[in-house]
Write a protein that binds this ligand. Structure first.
Ligand code: NAD
Length: 504
């Protein structure tokens, strides 16, 4: 094991350069596959946050005045650099998060979609124009940047979730301070370096690492205009309340309990494959993981053995093993929490079909591994159904009809994504119209919208009005202004105190 003195320190990135913290506080960054501390990360004090916000404020006037063409050139260059460094991102992410390298590669692939959207910023920032709405009067609208925006992001997608935010914020002419998860902070620094290499002026994008101290300093900071948050529901609710009370624009995306409805007419092999992949990819640590299967009618009896067969075959192991499909959880606490929830499910009377507790990976005995776990005959009152487990656990509820499935989903507090597998177009259409979630899949298990649409859930999965990236991202990061203008000739209309009408 390395001593503290030998450990690499992950610093902040302020005004285009690495910056060691003023606070002297550090956090441990683990290799989840070995359970060992691999690096230490600076934890920002409020003074560090002040410094980052000051750098972003100083950079704002010039960046917001930079032409749209010049701004989009930065994103074209950044896109190429992201592609060139995709492997480097995958290894950095795997080392700190624990997910297989191939899975980590998906983060950059999906993040690139948002960078490509940022490249089309001249189109996305177009206003509207109405000629001659009244005699000699034209009206037009424009979308202007807000100022300094902050992003606070979770551990599970250390590159992709920041990429949901800052390309759009910067494209709109804002500057940015990112506070990534302190559990896997390295990817954020590579993003910062590549933005600089792409030609982004120093100070436009800054990174502060930290915990609640740094987050609270951002939420209360008078120099921050807007906060984007992605993480768990209790923290999302807290962020929304505190930042809104400080007068900021906020979008706070929370946790999830995503349901897949398996209709009796669905292809059994397709639905079992989809459920296994969507439940266990990234060891169940995705906000769009499917963690609940609602098996309609006789589908349950066929589905559960098919799931068991697939899940039991998966290879558990570290990211360094190219054959490994299920990696470790992110931390020792996460492993303990997931194992305790599995125990709770057994106590509550659910049928444990496959038990992932107590797995041991040779050579990685201290790693944070939990194996694939499957519960059948789960009831909606049980904790394993109500809580977001965020681990490799799939629960199956048996239901009599599609409407019963929709009713269960409606009563669940979360509403991120959901999906139906069926061969019946009418059932699919009924599901699309009545599902109480922001993102719906039809024969698609993880319906993450492409970059040209926006991503966001309903209910406790999102606090705020606007979804992230896509057209709603551009609206979130700009404020609109409407100009009413008379230029042809200045008519002398005389003094008139009547309320101005639209058809004079
Ligand atoms: P988390 O809520 O613990 O942490 C998210 C961020 O908040 C981190 O940057 C962390 O430092 C900060 N934070 C944590 N505790 C805080 C506190 N008490 N006060 C202020 N800031 C605090 O989430 P996580 O464990 O990193 O990520 C997993 C969660 O994120 C899951 O619930 C998952 O569903 C959710 N998530 C949601 C989406 C979505 O799009 N809805 C996407 C990814 C992840």
């Amino acid at each position: 094991m390395s001593t503290t003195a030998e450990l690499r320190t992950i610093t902040h990135w302020i005004a285009g350069t690495p910056f060691a913290e003023a606070s002297g506080r550090h956090g441990d960054v683990y290799n989840p596959a070995t359970g060992q501390v691999a690096a230490r990360v600076a934890l920002a004090a409020p003074e560090d946050v002040d410094r980052a916000v000051a750098a972003a404020r100083d950079a704002f006037p010039a960046w917001s005045r930079t032409s749209l063409g010049k701004r989009s050139e930065v994103f074209y260059a950044f896109r190429e650099l992201l592609k060139r460094h995709a492997d480097e991102f995958s290894s950095l992410i795997s080392a700190e998060h624990g997910k297989p390298v191939s899975d980590a590669g998906g983060e950059i692939a999906r993040g690139l979609e948002i960078v490509e959207l940022a490249c089309s910023l001249p189109l996305m920032l177009k206003g509207e124009f109405s000629e001659h709405v009244s005699r000699n009067i034209d009206v037009y609208s424009m979308h202007q940047p807000l100022g300094v925006c902050a992003g606070i992001t979770p551990f599970n997608f250390p590159a992709m979730v920041p990429l949901w935010m800052f390309p759009i914020a910067l494209a709109c002419g804002n500057t940015f301070v990112l506070k990534p998860s302190e559990r896997d902070p390295s990817a954020s620094l590579l993003l910062a370096r590549l933005l600089q290499e792409a030609g982004l002026p120093d100070g436009v994008f800054n990174v502060v690492h930290g915990d609640k101290v740094a987050v609270d300093a951002l939420l209360d900071h008078r120099g921050i205009a807007a906060v984007s948050f992605v993480g768990s529901t209790p923290i999302a609710k807290y962020i929304y309340g505190r930042a809104a009370a400080a007068g900021k624009r906020v979008q706070a995306l929370g946790g999830a309990k995503n349901h897949l409805v398996a209709m009796p007419d669905a292809d059994l092999g397709a639905v079992a494959d989809a459920l296994t992949s969507a439940a266990l990819g990234s060891t169940g640590q995705r906000c769009m993981s499917i963690s609940v299967a609602l098996a309609v009618g006789e589908m349950g009896d066929r589905l559960v053995p098919a799931l068991r067969e697939r899940m039991a075959k998966l290879k558990i192991g570290p990211a360094s093993d190219p054959q490994a499909e299920v990696g470790p959880l992110v931390s020792k606490d996460a492993k303990a929490r997931v194992e305790s929830l599995i125990g709770r499910g057994v106590q509550e009377g659910a049928q444990l079909v496959l038990d992932g507790r107590g797995v041991s990976v040779p050579g990685h005995e201290q790693g944070f591994f939990v194996g694939p776990t499957l519960f059948d005959h789960v009831a909606a009152e049980m904790e394993i159904y109500r809580q977001e487990i965020f681990g490799p656990v799939l629960v199956v509820l048996r239901v009599g009809s599609l409407d019963e499935a929709l009713d269960i989903m409606e009563r669940n507090p979360y509403g991120n994504g959901c999906s139906i597998f069926t061969a019946d177009g009418a059932a699919a259409r009924h599901f699309e119209r009545h599902a109480s979630a922001g993102m719906v899949g039809v024969n698609v298990p993880i319906p993450v919208p492409v970059g040209s649409y926006s991503f966001g859930g309903w209910k406790d999965s999102l606090f705020g009005d606007q979804h992230i990236y896509g057209p709603e991202g551009f609206r979130f990061y700009t404020r609109s202004k409407v100009v009413t203008s008379r230029w042809h000739e200045v008519d002398r209309v005389g003094v008139n105190l009547r309320f101005p009408g639209g058809n004079s």
